[in-house]
Every structure is written in C-alpha cells, then in structure tokens.
Design a protein around this ligand. Sequence first.
Ligand code: ADP
Ligand code: MG
Length: 261
Amino acid sequence: MVVTWRRPKPIGERPVLMRMEAVDKAFRGGIVALREMDLSVHEGDFISLLGPSGCGKSTALRLIAGLMRPTRGAIRWQGAAEIGVVFQEPTLMPWATVEENVFLPFRLKGRRFVEVAEDIALALRLVGLERFARAYPRELSGGMRMRVSIARAMVTRPKLILMDEPFAALDEITRHKLNADLLEWKEKIDATVIFVTHSVFESVFLSDRIVVMAARPGRVLRELAVDAPYPRGEAFRTSADYAALCRGASAALHEAMGEPA
Ligand code: ADP
Ligand code: MG
C-alpha cells in the first residue's frame, strides 16, 4: 500500500465529524472532571488534548467513545461514525496470538475469522507486523505490542481513532518511530485522530490542532494551530519551526498548570 499524502483542505472546508457542546462531567463526590468543554472535530483532523494530569483528558475521550454520558451539554455526531480506541496499555489477550487479538473487534460484531482474514492481514502489514501474526504478545517488545493494539483499533477502518497516551510507557526512540508511523497510518486509512498526551513535543509533532486543558475544574484553556505541512518526519522534528511551536505549546501548558512560563 502506497501513502498518497493529500494536501489537507482548510479546516472550514472539511465536514464536521463531531461536536462537543458545553459538556460538563461531574463524578460522585463533587469532582468536576470537565466544565463547559467545546470541541469541533473535522474529518481528517489530528487533534491533541494536552494538559497536566487530572485535567479531564481521559474523561473527554471516554465521553467521545460513548463509554460515559455527559452530566450536561451534548456530543453531536454528523452521521454514524465507527470508533477505534487505543489506551496506554496495549490490553492484549495474553493467551491469543497477534492475529487473534486483531480479530477481536470483528469477533465482537459476530464475524468469523475467515471472512475478515484479509482485513487482519492488511492491518498487520500496515503496522509492519505481518511476520508476527502467529506470535504471542509475550514474545513481542513493548513497541510491537502497541503496534498490535493500533492494528486492532484500525482493522475495521474506523473514521475516528481515540488514543489515550498510547506511547507514554515507551522509550524515546520507539516513541519517535511510532509518532512518524502513526501519521502515515492515519493518512493511509484516511482517519481522524484525537490523541491524549502530556508531552508538548509529541503533541506538536503529531497535531494540526492542540487543545490545551487545565485542571480543577477540567476545562479547555486554549487551542493552538500547528501550521506545519505533512508529511512530517525527522527533518520537522529538528527544525527551527518545530522548536518555536514547542515553545508556544510549552508556555500554554505552564499557564494551564498555573505556573509562570
Ligand atoms: P487526565 O486523563 O487528564 O489525567 P481524568 O479525566 O482521568 O484526567 O480525570 C479528571 C478528574 O476526574 C480527576 O480529578 C480524576 O480524579 C477524576 N475522575 C476521573 N474518573 C473518575 C471516576 N470514575 N470517578 C471519580 N472521579 C474520577
Ligand atoms: Mg488520563
């Protein structure tokens, strides 16, 4: 499969996929995990939610995934969108092979392996693990397990992929490689991504928009546009533009943490 990088249309010309409108989420005990969160997601976006721990990033993701309901406000979808989710832990079934793990979303829909074997092979080829289809998770490195987890999220070709600090536990070299690969995979399957991280560097490298959040109560502080073209690789990561964008995002994050930048 060859990547054909499209010139992204200006955001105003891309259809809206989902909108969060003044969403509150309160938990028992009075914790306000999110207050009045507004977020517009357009098809093809790569959005990062960046903020200190406890600012409601995971809560926002779980609300979008439909795993919880807002206390107030609404999440509006433009049509039905299939969603894939990736967590910080790869959450693979240890007793099942790589291909059986990637089969899971289809199995949950009542499909049989033979019907979707080709999709599974394609997803494994996408993430570079075609030779490990019959391996078990314990035989793989942390980075490879995360690749399996991403293949499982992408195997049904979802429109929207939600990722909650997926690379936080990986070493830096593996993380850089997965960052670059993720941009390529997103392009190949034509997905929209919402990516949670507390890393300024990761959010700038990946995103076209960064939503900076603050805690107590969890809220959106500001949105930053990362106006750098895709594809992005090591040349971008070492550029002066990247350094300047990271300084800007870092200042916003310090503000979110209530500290001087
Ligand atoms: P983040 O992912 O940005 O670290 P979370 O969304 O996990 O933040 O949490 C936001 C706030 O909501 C935190 O104060 C957290 O303790 C609280 N919280 C999250 N989930 C629950 C829950 N199920 N019950 C009670 N409080 C929760
Ligand atoms: Mg979290």
